[in-house]
Design a protein around this ligand. Structure first.
Ligand code: PBG
Length: 333
């Protein structure tokens, strides 16, 4: 034995010696079938580039149908819809959110007609409809819980009636999952699922999204309903409630900076766990790679693989289409 050779039984590098061996032992894979594509849209007939999210578009209804169809043909099973509501339809009671002829119900009906197999998810929260910009009703400067939940129930039922497959309450009001389940069931929508934003943090990473929809709060912040980024145990408390209240899927948001929460939640529930790679995470990758400072494709891949490794079953990402395209060309990485 050469004097420089170490006497080692275990050499982890043997499992990394070739691409083929690495593929054999790899623990996690990305798959198009785990991806959900978030889509922005508006009433206008034009597709408009979103300034705060370079590379993303706010679609017309026609553009939305086309984009969703392309995503579906790349193997992406689901889209989630985010409308930009016209200023004159916003109010402090948010009644536009349950208008059966509103933008979202029309989009859902058109999507389900054009692509019946595509899973359509809808966001349940008042911010796009609220003159105050908050996810809940504002009364004398307070975001009121129970009155908001009653409106969210009407919104969820309107979305279900239009054909939504999964409603996703992102508002963080207490008790909304049970109330929405009850409202859906009593209207005959037992088959409509609830994907609850279980642990949604009060995050500055949502900034570009609010720019895309012009939906930033007019006053104050969202800290009285979204969670404190300092807290981890609190996610388990929200998880327990959402399970008891009948959630079908659990969502964590944002993604990258909260992978510890994803892992903890994964280890404490049998329900599917979804992770949302939010607008700020998207923008950081877009801007850092625009200057040539990061290898964009590799960084996107690694950011999503990290979510799988932490325990994500579903991943919501603005990169869904291009990742699915790469996967369909046979790539892993
Ligand atoms: C609104 C909602 C937000 C996002 C999804 N639903 C913004 C917020 O809570 O302020 C953020 C998504 C993203 O940043 O990509 N209820």
């Amino acid at each position: 034995m050469n004097s420089l050779e170490l006497d080692m039984l275990s050499r982890p590098r043997r499992n990394r010696k070739s691409a083929a061996v690495r593929a054999l032992v790899s623990e996690n894979l990305l798959s198009a079938s785990d991806l959900v594509l978030p889509l922005f849209f508006h009433e206008d007939e034009e597709d408009v580039a979103i300034e705060s999210m370079p590379g993303c578009t706010r679609w017309s209804l026609a553009g939305l149908l086309q984009e969703a169809g392309e995503a579906h043909s790349l193997g992406i099973p689901a889209v989630i819809l985010f409308p930009k509501i016209e200023e004159n339809l916003k109010s402090s009671d948010c009644e536009e959110c349950f208008n059966p002829q509103g933008l979202v119900p029309r989009a859902v009906r058109a999507l389900k007609e054009a692509h019946p197999e595509l899973v359509v998810m809808t966001d349940v929260a008042l911010d796009p409809y609220n003159a105050d910009g908050h996810d809940g009703l504002v009364r004398e400067g307070e975001i009121v819980n129970d009155e908001t939940v009653a409106v969210l129930c009407q919104q969820a039922v309107a979305q279900a009636r239009a054909g939504a497959d999964i409603v996703a309450p992102s508002d963080m009001m207490d008790g909304r999952v049970a109330a929405i389940r009850d409202a859906l069931d009593s209207e005959g929508f037992q088959q409509v699922s609830i994907c609850s934003y279980t642990a949604k943090y009060a995050s500055a990473f949502y900034g570009p999204f609010r720019g895309a929809l012009d939906s930033a709060p007019k006053a104050g912040d969202k800290k009285s309903y979204q969670m404190d980024p300092a807290n981890a145990r609190e996610a388990l408390r929200e998880l327990e409630l959402d399970e008891l209240e009948g959630a079908d899927m659990i969502m964590i948001k944002p993604g990258g900076p909260y992978l510890d929460i994803v892992k903890t939640v994964r280890e404490n529930t049998a329900l599917p766990v979804a992770v949302y790679q939010v607008s700020g995470e998207y923008l950081m990758i877009q801007s850092a790679s625009a200057g040539g400072w990061l290898d964009r494709d590799k960084v996107i891949w690694e950011s999503l693989l990290g979510m799988k490794r932490a325990g994500a079953d579903l991943i919501l990402t603005y990169f869904a289409k291009e990742v699915a395209l790469r996967l369909s060309a046979g790539g892993q990485g």
